[in-house]
Design a protein around this ligand. Structure first.
Ligand SMILES: [Zn+2]
Length: 346
């Protein structure tokens, strides 16, 4: 049922009554009943539209950039990402690896200015640890210290402009493989008044970006274009997969959280990716708004070693829900990237 049919109905229905031959008092009563019926009709016809509105929050990890070796490249990535986000009215959260700022005063200043550009463009910053250490791979003390060391810069920069600072993103989506590690991490995050931001849609842009960089290194423009197209198709397939998983787990749609990284390929394709997502009838919302959905209040019981997305973590503890049918990146992308994406196999 569409709003168009509701409007057509509302426009024609009262006319039949006002032209009837019933007494005036009855006509007045009838009119009130009809108005009430129309109001109910409009409400009922609008409700499915509201519930059908798809929402997604955008998050960009590894700021100031995945690789900070080339300052010109970092500037290019930042400019392209910010322009694409602005063009689509997206307010994102950028998760910072403060360790990438380095100790060189000049380079550190340049990289901090990059982070300030994100804030100036109305985005928020989050803590993604200083050196991207996985709690699944390093001693607990090192992991906790990495969270603390990654906190001061994004916190101070956010405070400078009065921007809320409240999100943490796990490196590799790793959350610790034991209850005791998880409890310790949660305790540190709680003391910092940070909340872990889950991810639902992880299109593995880091993998495609590696293939893209290798294609670019050979000077093969059609090769990079092919990687970009493969990435856009794969990202949409991953989104569709998580839409289905959300319906299985919650009975409906949820606001999704998209994970991307500050790398050259994502900078180049972000405008097209956001356009594809918008064509899929998504509205872009803030991470804060997305996190208000009850699905994100569910406990995260997953203690496995693989960095699963949020719905997959939930599905692990629901009988009969498959999570091994997620789309896989094309084999030629893995070959071109020179890395295998083990994380797609739970
Ligand atoms: Zn990361």
């Amino acid at each position: 049922m569409t709003s168009t049919s509701a409007v057509a109905f509302g426009a024609s229905f009262p006319t039949q009554f006002t032209t009837s031959t019933t007494p005036a008092r009855c006509r007045s009563k009838d009119r009130r009943v009809v108005q009430w019926l129309i109001a109910v009709w409009l409400l009922l016809s609008a409700a499915p539209l509201a519930s059908q509105e798809r929402r997604i929050a955008v998050t960009i990890d590894d700021l100031p950039a995945v690789s900070v070796a080339d300052t010109a490249e970092v500037t290019f990535i930042t400019t392209m990402l910010l322009e694409a986000l602005e063009a689509h009215g997206v307010t994102a959260v950028g998760f910072v690896n403060a360790g990438k700022l380095g100790d060189d005063p000049t380079l550190r200043g340049i990289r901090i200015d990059v982070l300030r550009r994100w804030l100036a463009a109305d985005h928020a910053l989050g803590n993604h640890t200083a050196f991207h250490l996985s709690p699944n791979d390093v001693p607990l003390t090192a992991s906790l210290a990495d969270i603390t060391a990654g906190d001061s810069v994004p916190r101070a920069l956010s405070a400078e402009v009065g921007r809320p600072y409240r999100w943490f993103r796990q490196p590799y989506l790793h959350g610790g493989t034991t209850d005791s590690v998880r409890t310790s991490i949660d305790s540190v995050l709680s003391s910092l008044e940070l909340r872990t931001s889950p991810v639902t849609v992880d299109p593995k842009d880091w993998l495609f970006a590696a293939a893209w960089r290798n294609a670019a290194a050979t000077g093969n423009a059609s090769g990079t274009k092919g990687v970009e197209k493969a990435f856009l198709d794969y990202a949409e397939a991953v989104l569709a997969y998580h839409e289905r998983l959300a319906k299985t787990l919650t009975g409906g749609a949820i606001p999704h959280v998209l994970l991307l990284h500050a790398n050259p390929m994502t900078a180049v394709v972000l405008d097209r990716l956001l356009a594809r997502i918008h064509e899929r009838r998504y509205a872009f919302v803030s991470l804060d708004e997305a996190m208000q959905d009850p699905v994100y209040a569910r406990p995260d019981q997953y203690r496995g070693a693989v960095g699963l997305a949020w719905l997959q973590r939930q599905a692990m503890y629901q009988r009969g829900v498959r999570i091994d049918d997620n789309p896989l990146p094309p084999a030629w992308i893995e070959a071109l990237a020179g890395v295998s994406d083990a994380t797609v196999h739970p």
